[in-house]
Design a binder for this molecule. Sequence first.
Ligand code: SF4
Ligand code: SF4
Ligand code: FES
Length: 819
Amino acid sequence: MSDITITIDGQVCQGKEGEFILNIARANGIFIPAICYLTRCSPTLACRICLVEADGKRVYSCNAKAKDGMDIVTQNEEILEERRAIMEVYDVNHPLQCGVCDQSGECELQNYTLELGVDSQSFAIPDTKREAVVWSSVLHYDPGLCIVCERCTTVCKDMVGDAAITTGPRGGEKLSKELKETVPKDAYAMWNKLQKSVIVPSNGTGETNCSDCGECIAVCPVGALVSRDFQYTSNAWDLKRIPAVSAHSSDGFQIYYEVKPTSIADRTPKIYRVTNEWNYTSLDGSARFAYDFENRNVQKDTKAFSQALEAFKKAETVRFNATITNEEAMMLQSLKEKLGLKLYNPEVHAYQKFLSVYTEASGNSLYSGDNDTIMKESDFVIAVGTHLRNDAPGSRHAFNNVQKMNKGAGLYFHPVGDTLIPTFGKAVSTFSHKPGLEEAALYLILDLFADKEKLPTDVKNYIENFHSTEKKTIQEKVMVDTVETVIDEATGESKEVTKKVPQMVEKEIEVVRNGLVELLGKRSDTFAVEFEKMIKKKEHFSLMVGEDLYYHEKAENLARLVALAEKVCDFDLVIIPPKSNALGVALICELDAAASGYTVGYNENGDFRLSALGNGDLDMPAFNQQEGTVTTLGKRVVPTNAALAYHGYELNDLLQTLIGSPKETIDWTAKLPVSRGYKAVNFDTLLNTYSNDGADHRGYLLETRGKEKALPEVENPEAYTALEGETVVRLNPGRQFSDFTDKAHQIFEPFALYASPAKAEQLGERVELVFKNRVLKLDVVTDDKIEGEIMCVPDFKSHEDIYGLFGDRRYQTVTIRKG
Ligand code: SF4
Ligand code: SF4
Ligand code: FES
């Protein structure tokens, strides 16, 4: 998009050709009222309050694209009168219960009513009784308060991808003729729509059965959609907002912990909810609802502290996971360097190895892409080896958003069938291939997207070996000329006319077959037709790869193939970090392949346990009680702050005695390794904000380096071995990532075996899974968005040591016994 200059209320503004006027105004600090529009989603034109004049013509600024040289007027008498009428209509029958409404104090209806000076009401209509309803474990909807702006349905469809809610009939009275004549045009059109609708679950059951992400709650401008848990617990103005980073997925979503005292009697601060900058970032359910995992009522236990020092002195290994700040990771690395300890982190080790092979093969210190850029620029996105819905919420949002906003297309390769992904867009094609065929998926990607001139000859030949042609006889409809005798109605004479009539004929055609497509479970002829449509007019391509590739027998070759694909397909590449701060740990720590000897566990099993979960030998602060930084999937080093006080010992206290250490944990921020792209900057200088144009100013971007390198050499497999038999994958249910999400009171997903409805029925209520060295007894839970035979074993409970059970593979075959 080329740069353009427009004038808004006399102010010269820069923007991009094709950008909406509203977005240019916002980026340039100019206020235009807007209720229904959400940046990063499609305009719905529900509210019409954003109307402006563009070169003398009335347009809706959220939907009108700017053109170079345009002159915009955001207010004049006529516009103000229309906007005021719109607000009056919104205020018709809106119950005056602001005193008890959850949104009071941050309600856009209140704000715009004041802003536009609505101090009287000109319109009226009989009200329609609308009962409040509960849609899910987290969602409470009061249609009486709903202004049908459709922000909730829009964010759920365009960003989250569930499309779990939609508009339904309200049963409201029709607007009278008299109103049509008296209400200004836009206010009337808005009212007409409003009067007909309420919001309902899309599946017609009265329940949303969705991802329970709560993003619809966040965007609701009034108190119509609220969290069941938060409802009636606090006034917005009593809450203190602490900017932080979500502790759970590797997206590093920016959040605010909202805090106030527990009660009048108990002044201990408590987190009441999490909110977000919803125009710029969309959370998953773990980021929004898994916030109360702090380690409570901890005091300095000097005896436990001395025991911890002794434990470190005799330890050979520290075992930890990805839920740790960069500063703590740096401290553990220092312990390794000074005391010779092993660092064992099974959540990150395979990822670190994968990254290092990728770096070696590509010459790039890190992958090229990130989800924000994908959403802005990509129109074709491919995901391999990541179960997007559960592994990577931010990447799932990006995959979906590309379909909705960029007229995009998508290819999704994963062994666990997912009913949701194909609904993201018409041009999404899914391959539910067998586990073990991930290399074949990457060769197919090279086949479909690579600049063949750039491909190494051996790879090109290897791919061509999968192409074959065969002759096929098909029936084809052709139009043939037939001569008919007809009577001319005017003259009564007969005459001959030639007509085209359809006829089926047999035709021999040459069909090109692609063995890779067929190996991955699709018919190559139908896929070829499908793909031809998908790829039309596409210009910007992205590849997301995930955990299945890191925990894989052929992980090294897969990493080289990914590096090759990035180069010859010109992909924006994201190598999704598996959990929380996995990227930070991978860059900062030298991890060992296995633990040995006496082990100190940090939020993990060990002979001595440091734990923020409240069940260890020495207490530690949880993520929401710490200051520090996290390295996000987007390669950004972002600061997080302590929402709650903590009075016990921290890792830094142990280090001070063990090896000498700076006074505060955040003194380590400036010591993060510059050689890995970190900057020697102090924690207190790091920002935690977005600007009005949506630019992310949190912390800083890691410095990435690339050097010219020959194309990576890959090993072209002679054969592929797919996993057969009863198969399980290590995969968490949505919203569960670790013991910390599990501790939160609004996360309900149990530690159980998750299966498709058909498989769950076959399994019964409880099963025993017999692995090579262990038997796991689990309840069976039906996930109706899963398809196929593969069952999912969660890894979020550290004491179950599921990583130990699965080792360096994400899929295992098991014997199933009725439990
Ligand atoms: S529930 Fe809220 S966001 Fe959804 S349409 Fe109603 S007012 Fe708008
Ligand atoms: S909670 Fe999330 S998935 Fe469910 S309806 Fe709201 S936005 Fe959609
Ligand atoms: S913000 Fe433009 S129509 Fe609602």
